[in-house]
Design a protein around this ligand. Structure first.
Ligand SMILES: [Zn+2]
Length: 179
């Protein structure tokens, strides 16, 4: 499984990978607030999360995706029924690649690595509290404008991102962008 980084679409690729014809025809989903037959969630505290190595706050559980949803079948197998995605929203560790180990049996996540070449921590009064409110979310098909096949469509996609949807998942390799 590959989870791409938020800035270029893939932490191993250059910024030029952000948009271009290589995205053409890709299938993906918008994550929006709402209910369907699956248990996808934004926020909550259904997994034990580690403490952030830079700011010492609990790392936010941003999403948990229900892998019974066949659209996400490439992310798991029959032994894995839910995939948590976590990230600290209170400091600069989210600006660089992070790696976590998910322990599916006891629903916990351990830190493998967090990097921070810049040390920025949100002011106490501005800190985003843990846990985030738990909200049901669902997946809907992306529209053509969500696919950044050129610079214009890239900026169009960015402008709807955060207003019309909060995350996009792209199949078959999953690209997750958290706004
Ligand atoms: Zn932090």
């Amino acid at each position: 499984m590959v989870i791409y980084g938020p800035h270029t679409g893939d932490v191993s690729k250059s910024v030029s990978y952000t948009y271009g014809p290589h995205w053409k025809g890709i299938i993906g989903y918008r994550v929006i607030e709402g209910n369907d037959i699956y248990g996808h969630k934004f926020g909550g505290e259904s997994w034990d999360v580690p403490t952030c190595l830079l700011c010492n706050e609990p790392i936010h559980q941003i999403f948990s995706f229900d892998l019974k949803d066949t659209r996400l079948k490439e992310l798991g197998d029959r032994t894995i029924c839910e995939l948590p995605l976590i990230c600290c929203l209170n400091c600069s560790v989210s600006w660089e690649p992070q790696a976590f180990k998910i322990n599916f049996q006891n629903r916990s996540v351990d830190t493998i690595s967090q990097n921070y070449s810049q040390k920025w921590v949100r002011e106490e009064a501005d800190k985003i509290r843990y846990p985030l409110p738990e909200i049901n979310v669902k997946l809907i098909k992306m529209v053509d404008d969500d696919i950044p096949i050129d610079e214009a469509s890239y900026y169009k996609a960015l402008s709807s991102f955060g207003k019309e949807y909060i995350c996009s998942l792209v199949d078959p390799l999953v690209k997750t962008i958290i706004h």
